[in-house]
Design a protein around this ligand. Structure first.
Ligand code: MLC
Ligand code: AMP
Length: 502
């Protein structure tokens, strides 16, 4: 018989002897302790129940980073609801898709967007929309204040879904990756141990909490360790430099590290108490790794993960951290580099990176066919990344078979942007590519073929992308050309475009 569990309880069991310990320390120095978050999340759990949210129901959340937002996540875990966080940069058009697809029992948004988004949510069939904070006008937190905390935790099957995170795809349609309690718990426990979390660790947290990196990797490790978190609303190099001396661990995307290196006075002094800098979500260049070591004396630990799988590989805590590699398969996870049939390739041969383990998601929400396509018959999940495995099992990523741009750690799927540009009157076709960018790693540009009669203008294309896409996805340049380069099969040769426009 499978033992039923509650994910919140797994974390609370580790921090309940530390209720007085500061949990989330805000920039001004005020903090919310582990005891405070326990009470607040219990009140939020009561509010969810009062709003008829049950175990298995989805709760879509698009709010700024705050202790209340963390409490709402934990409240969902308490009652077994499925937490669905969304990037705060998404436009109303994007939100309409997510809300319609996720069909949540509740949508929680920010006060600035509620006027616009409550209409969108209603159109998408969402029964209840609320803001989160204490607005004195019936927000989620206001409702919570009037209720007694709900201490009872709802046990669930470890294979039940705990969270759903949207990830775009080669089809251009975002897919909800369903992550189970076991996916999240197993990865959290593994990372906590692998990265040697210890008493007294303080985490500097400047990542957004709507993605795997900031929400699961960072928060879960800290909670399992009853660690304090210096909780910044967003990454700001000046602020981070100021607060780093109080931290022992920082996690970030490569842009965090290049931005710190851009600060002339950044160096050993600010990092003297930090024992671990982790980088992931996008490739860390060998140059950044080397410069960081030279300036601070610290080797950044690079790890590799994905929304569908949480963390897959990591450079070692104690052994050699090699620039340009993402390290070894984490304990309990099998990683292989294979050909298209799933047959493992000899060491140092480029192939498809695939994996199997307790961390691998259970499927895409309401897309069983799509889910099936991403797995081999033997259960290995195809990441869409290309890599090589060295004899000793060290993985290096060398590219991607999926058409994906990663900008500042955000994934951008060209197909989604091309579909919008192709709809503009006077456009024949388009190709969206990523070109190297010193700050974001990659930057989006669109190459467009206008029609001969009544050709589209750059302004009309910019207008269309502005109204429909989050700012980070909008092309930073639109280039008009007569035709796109194609191979003999008629496929657009994006590699030629990348070379030409880099
Ligand atoms: C912001 N902008 C971006 C952007 N972030 N544009 C492209 N790519 C991005 N990532 C836009 C802003 O809207 C703004 O538009 C302009 O770029 C400049 O903004 P900025 O002030 O420089 O950006 P900032 O707000 O500082 O944000 C940059 C950032 C942020 C790198 C700090 O994007 C960030 O926190 N990224 C982390 C993403 C992350 O957590 N990824 C993990 C995914 S999980 P305008 O209008 O001013 O031009 C995953 C799995 C795994 O991948 O392995 O972890
Ligand atoms: P996401 O779908 O947002 O979770 O992004 C996952 C993708 O980010 C992976 O498939 C990789 O392409 C990329 N990624 C994550 N970590 C790294 C890393 N350390 N180096 C290179 N790419 C990475």
């Amino acid at each position: 018989m499978i033992n039923r569990v509650n994910l919140y309880k797994i974390f609370r069991d580790q921090f309940d002897a530390h209720f007085n310990q500061p949990f989330l320390i805000s920039t001004g120095g005020s903090h919310c302790s582990y005891g405070d978050i326990d009470r607040l999340s219990a009140c939020f759990a009561a509010t969810l129940k009062k709003l008829d949210v049950d175990a298995g129901d989805r709760v879509v959340v698009q709010v700024n980073k705050s202790p209340d937002a963390v409490a709402l996540y934990l409240a969902c875990l308490r009652i077994g609801a499925v937490y669905v966080p969304l990037n705060t940069a998404y436009t109303a058009a994007e939100m309409f898709y997510f809300l319609g697809d996720a069909a949540p029992a509740l949508f929680v948004c920010g006060p600035d967007s509620v006027v616009q988004l409550s209409g969108v949510a209603m159109q998408a069939g969402v029964p209840v929309t609320l803001t989160l904070g204490h607005s004195q006008d019936g927000s989620f937190a206001d409702k919570a204040q009037k209720l007694l905390p709900l201490d009872e935790l709802t046990d669930r099957d470890p294979n039940d879904v705990a969270a759903m995170l949207y990830t775009s795809g080669t089809t251009g349609r975002s897919k909800g990756a369903m992550l189970t309690l076991n996916n999240l718990a197993s990865n959290a426990v593994t990372l906590h141990q692998y990265w040697g979390f210890r008493p007294g660790d303080v985490l500097l947290h400047a990542l957004p909490i709507f993605h795997v990196h900031g929400l699961f990797v960072a928060l879960h490790c800290a909670m399992l360790n009853a660690s304090s978190i210096i909780f910044l609303p967003k990454f700001d190099a000046v602020e981070v430099r100021k607060l780093l001396p109080d931290a022992t661990v920082m996690m970030g995307v490569p842009t965090f590290y290049t931005r710190l290196l851009d600060c002339e006075d950044f160096g050993r002094e600010q990092c003297k108490h930090v024992r671990l800098f982790v980088s992931g979500s996008a490739p860390l260049t060998e140059q950044t790794f080397a410069e960081f070591e030279q300036r601070t004396g610290q080797k950044i630990l690079e790890r590799y993960g994905m929304t569908e799988t949480n963390m897959i590989t990591s450079n070692p805590l104690e052994g050699e951290r090699v620039a340009g590699t993402v390290g070894y398969a984490l304990p309990g996870i099998q990683v292989r580099v294979a050909d298209e049939t799933g047959k493992p390739l000899p060491p140092n041969t480029v192939g498809s990176v695939e994996l199997k383990g307790p961390n691998v998601f259970t499927g895409y929400w309401q897309m069983p066919e799509k889910t099936k396509q991403e797995f081999h018959g033997d259960g290995f999940f195809m990441t869409g990344d290309l890599g090589t495995l060295a004899e000793d099992g060290r993985l290096s990523l060398v590219g991607r078979s999926k058409d994906l741009i990663i900008s500042g750690g955000y994934n951008i799927y060209p197909k989604e942007i091309e579909a919008i540009i192709d709809e503009v009157s006077g456009v024949v076709e388009s190709a969206v590519i990523g070109i190297p960018h010193s700050d974001f790693g990659e930057s989006v540009i669109a190459i467009v073929v206008p029609g001969k009669d009544n050709p589209a203008s750059v302004a009309s294309i910019v207008k269309a992308t502005e109204s429909q896409l989050a700012r980070f996805k909008q092309p930073r340049r639109v280039v008009m050309v007569d035709e796109l380069p194609r191979n003999t099969m008629g496929k657009v040769q994006k590699n030629i475009l990348r070379d030409q426009y880099t």
